[in-house]
Design a protein around this ligand. Sequence first.
Ligand SMILES: Cc1ncc(COP(=O)(O)O)c(C=O)c1O
Length: 394
Amino acid sequence: MKSLFFNQGLAQTTPFPLGIEIARAEGIYFYTESGNRIMDFVSGVGVSNLGHGNLKIKEAIHAQVEKHLHTMVYGEFIQASQTKAAALLTGLLPERLNCCYFVNSGTEANEAAIKLVKRATGRKKIISFIGSYHGSTTGSMAISYNEKKKSAFRPLMPGVEFIRLNNWEDLNLITEEIAGVFLETVQGDAGVRIPNPLYLSALRKKCTEVGALLVFDEIQCGMGRTAKHFAFEHFNVIPDILTLGKALGGGLPIGCLVANKNQMELLSFDPLLGHISTFAGHPVACAAAAAFLEELNQPHILPHAEAIGQYLERELSTFKHVKEIRRIGLYFAVDMESEEVVQQMVDSNLEQGLLSFWFLSCPWSFRIAPPLITTFEEAEKAINIMRKSHDKIA
Ligand SMILES: Cc1ncc(COP(=O)(O)O)c(C=O)c1O
């Protein structure tokens, strides 16, 4: 059957569809309707961290479907899949981050965080970072930087200022008027920007001094992507609030706001039901998240991801058209000479059966973020493909 996508009633949100119809996916491969196999080196933009078709995740989903789907709204009932996912998640986190509020997506987690920092501090202003991406709803878009993406939708939420990452002087803009400071621990869309650890400590100190809540958005860089459970573990800095999503659901839609229980409780009164959503913490998504976390916790997964990351970086650094590689774990931005060269690389990779991708806010880099379960043999195959693409560049 030819795709319904192009000619019938489905919204097309990209002007650059690949037009490939996926029949199934397993491990690090997509299998297309036309019988091709494509190596997934993007992980659905940070989602399929354990690859596709993980058996334990599938079993957990099936088991939950048999038990029950949606029950009630806003936390009236105890649902075992929610409490299990929350216990597993808080078990991995520092003591301060002891309360999870599951939502349906990353942007919703950030929307909830925007509300929580205001509610907890009684302040109205927010600081975010140049280069940031926090989502596509109006609040999270307001705290995202890319003006090209925002201008058609103004007015957005007021009271947001942007500061420069790794710039100590800009920390002076974090004052007692600020409710919260939002930062992707490793900026994704900006092209994998890794903060200076000393800067991150100074940021933490400044937020504590002025009573602003520090929010780390780990929607893309969390859940093993950087070869640690959470990116902030690389820097020894603990946020007041953490937002998660993407890979957490093991392929199902989920987001999560994590904070201290005392703060989180502020969302339940004044106003009553301060942040609610009918499907938030959907039992099937939570069952998948719990299984994902159990799988991620296997001791070999994260060291293996780092070893594959090092191998890929070593090989890519021998490519003469590569200008810079920014890598942390299996999160890569590879800078090339120009946007056009990146386009050639991405197109040629795909022609040879390897999915790589762009960054919206960093068009001169290409993105690879393979599943953490990628084997050395698969990584070598991917390098051979990328080398062929690279060698075609004039
Ligand atoms: C760092 C970051 N925050 C938030 C989001 C928004 O998440 P979602 O697309 O699930 O709403 C994304 C999505 O790419 C992201 O990368």
